[in-house]
Ligand binder design. Sequence first.
Ligand code: HDE
Length: 753
Amino acid sequence: SDGLVAAMPYNSNKELEHGHDNTVAPPTGETIAPDSSALTASTRTEGSESAKTGAAARLGTNATIASLDRVRVDPSDRSLTTNQGVIIGDNQNTLKAGLRGPSLLEDFVLREKVTHFDNERIPERIVHARGSGAHGYFEAYDALTEYTRAAPFAEKGKVTPVFVRFSTVAGERGSKDTARDVRGFAVKFYTDEGNWDLVGNNMPVFFIQDAMKFPDLVHAVKPEPHHGMPQAASAHDTFWDFVSLMPESTHMLMWVMSDRAIPRSFRMMQGFGVHTFRLLNQKGESVFCKFHWKPIQGTHSLFWDEAVKISGADPDFHRRDLWEAIESGDFPEWELGLQIFTEIQADGFSFDVLDSTKLIPEELVPVTPVGRMILNRNPDNFFAETEQVAFCTAHIIPGIDFSNDPLLAGRIHSYADTQITRLGGPNFHEIPINSPLAQVQNNQRDGMHRQALHRGRVAYEPNSLSGGCPFQAGTTGFTSFPAAITDDKVRGKPEKFAEHYAQATLFLESQTAVERAHIAAAFRFELSKVGVTAIRERMLSSLVNVSRELAAEVAVGLGMRVPEPMPRAIDEPEAPEVTVSRALSLMALPGESGIRTRQIAVLVEEGVHHASLVSLHEALTEAGAVVHFVGPRVGMFVGDSGEKIEANRSMENSPGFLFDALVVPDGSEAIEALAGNGHTMAFIIDQFRHCKPILALGAGRELLETAGLGSVLDEDEGILMADAVDTANIAPAFIAVVAAHRYLSRDSDPPLI
Ligand code: HDE
């Protein structure tokens, strides 16, 4: 019962959320009344207000927390039992006939334990196998009833709980986080009119136009079947063979070769619903829409050299980042925006809105902000929640509907189909993380692992024996938009689908010089890993259609000549409406200007100038950064004043490229020792190469000189130097430098140092 659950601190190691302090305990949540009033949008506002609607929502605002209580298990003060609840006396030894005798078949304790263990793994997702999830909530800025009757947008300030899973696509479950890849951005809204899944990516377009090609695309990018390599990488022959034969993928290739494919953090990437969807209002009127998530933290990415190194030092880089930010109370936030347009507008565009390889430039249809999403709670159990969550594009609610995008159509089928295998039968909607907060009532029955105990003898409709219940609700229930269809049954593509290059060029033209250079470098790297020259050449010939300069740059990097352009599918395409769109550059969304959650390394050694580091630590922490003292080893070091300072990281376990900024301390003894350590040099060089801010106190300058930075020290805006006694004064300047993220004037190809 509710009372019992509420009285028990079921997760005492998460004090913030469920500790003994009842004032921060999560709300008990609400159940939706099983009567027909559930069909009118009831509102679950929690007095939560934003910059637009007032003060922030409370910690733990999430109705799913309460609904999951019934399955939370806490072992405090409990003895071990078998799955039948029998208390286990000995969890160390098999039952044997004598201490040195044979083991006995009757040992049900051993057999149950090992049998369960043997079956602990489930199949991984065929794509998006590796991911990270979090709970949170969506809050509507305003009622959107003019366009949609969808529950989350019913009222200003309305709060809807969500569960989000971010993922890479190609890598297996145990692969690395920082692979060059698209990122999944899947959001499950537990609305009071049922679950709505917005299963998106961090890029607004896709490789292919028709679901028919998806298995081919995935087979091409996954490890090659004969030897199972490479893992979590598109830099191999089969991928480039396929995409070079599929010019429709060219636009997406621009995105995947850009730094968007190596985000700094899940918290710092955009999300897109990709397809055109429909919105329907209460009157049944419909508009088209595209969904956009914009990170309040800004869009930030890694450098390729950095991503490669991080994948070795911390394969969980993105998972850790998300987990730690939420655990520390720094909740990531996104703004949801809609591009709303009519069918008539869509007909006039130079591209087809049913073609998922095209985006709608924001200059053509602006993005209207409609709400915000905050992730404020880590899962209790990775498997139960993040692994078992099942998103599905078919999960829509009244007020939202599909367009005829043929890629979307295939997805509507695919997700539930694959989940029946992955989650072992058709009842996975009953797994707690998947079950809606809205009540489920139907006549579906039985199947593997059925949880519900359906009462009565009726499992059909119409019926009289159960008073006709559960009954169909007519227009108060889900109604599809009655789009008119009068056409032949055909296999084929509409004409505008044949234009493959205009938006690839648009994307390229909209990048800053640094971003463009990284795109060229990425093509060079990937194609250099392709063994068959004809594939390289075919890809180059396709790139010529995007930009002759880009093709030339990549060709030089491969020691090849620029080939003839690939013949186009359409000779005279319509002229694009927009040729440069600032919104397509990563730099267009710098986000918050502070240094919250930025990871800063402060080098320490014996004899380090202690007082300056203490004051710097205080100032940086105060500004929200996460400061790490990094030594030649972990543990205590004695500073110049005899005070101790503890290194929580070592240069061996946490190399420089894991940090966003570096502080080199003062103290001649310490600097001398650090100068003799090769790790220090690599640490500094990576910080410099990846264009990150550096602060050197006093004698720290010498260390930068030893690392080879002498000639640039006084010109580089991202390198600050100060006397140790001046630390209090330099701190604000350093904070400003760190807030700028990177000093791109250092970026050169190949690197200077
Ligand atoms: Fe998916 N996709 N997809 N996809 N997709 C899956 O579903 C599929 C596509 C996306 O965190 C699978 O449960 C087809 C576009 C995300 O659990 C599978 C097609 C977009 C996730 C599947 C696409 C996505 C998936 C694998 C082409 C961006 C991870 C396991 C017609 C809008 C969700 C699963 C999570 C997962 C099929 C294309 C996003 C096989 C057939 C376009 C974020 O059903």
